[in-house]
Design a binder for this molecule. Sequence first.
Ligand SMILES: CC(C)(COP(=O)(O)OP(=O)(O)OC[C@H]1O[C@@H](n2cnc3c(N)ncnc32)[C@H](O)[C@@H]1OP(=O)(O)O)[C@@H](O)C(=O)NCCC(=O)NCCS
Length: 145
Amino acid sequence: MKKMIDIDFGSSRYDELVELRYKVLLEPLGLKFLDKYREKEIGYLHIGCLDSLENKLVGGLMLIPVNDEEIRMMQVAVDTKHQREGIGHEMVKYAETRAKKAGYSRLVMNAMLSVVHFYEQMGYRQEGDLFEENGITFARMVKDL
Ligand SMILES: CC(C)(COP(=O)(O)OP(=O)(O)OC[C@H]1O[C@@H](n2cnc3c(N)ncnc32)[C@H](O)[C@@H]1OP(=O)(O)O)[C@@H](O)C(=O)NCCC(=O)NCCS
């Protein structure tokens, strides 16, 4: 059974989340997660999808306040063995509810071009021009909550 959970910065689940993000997002690009980045994540909202039977995280993301209205979603990752099972959709929906409850009215994110369709399915729209970072093309996407 899958369950969406909030994850406390510095907890053992947070360590598991960092590891999952590394495997799904960074390792394939040959990038490392440097410990100096951890401290920055203290004020962010961390969300995970827990496989409660296996007591294991199978997905995660974080939300970063931009200003009073806007919050940014980053590092959306689903375990490669569990992709395309609907976890991504459920997690993003949960994140939207959490953001709204916390008083934000707009969710923004930069999506890799390959997954723009995934976010469009969920009501996000592209804003502005595509841009490139480290050789990867991104689209800025927004949704009013
Ligand atoms: C993108 C991601 C978060 C989606 O989560 P998910 O649990 O796999 O997605 P869901 O099962 O909820 O939704 C599936 C739908 O999303 C889209 N989708 C999911 N993964 C996709 C991918 N890698 N490429 C293109 N479309 C994708 C498809 O439309 C898919 O529907 P389909 O299977 O009927 O074609 C997940 O696949 C992932 O972690 N990918 C690797 C990391 C990544 O690209 N993160 C996004 C950073 S911007």
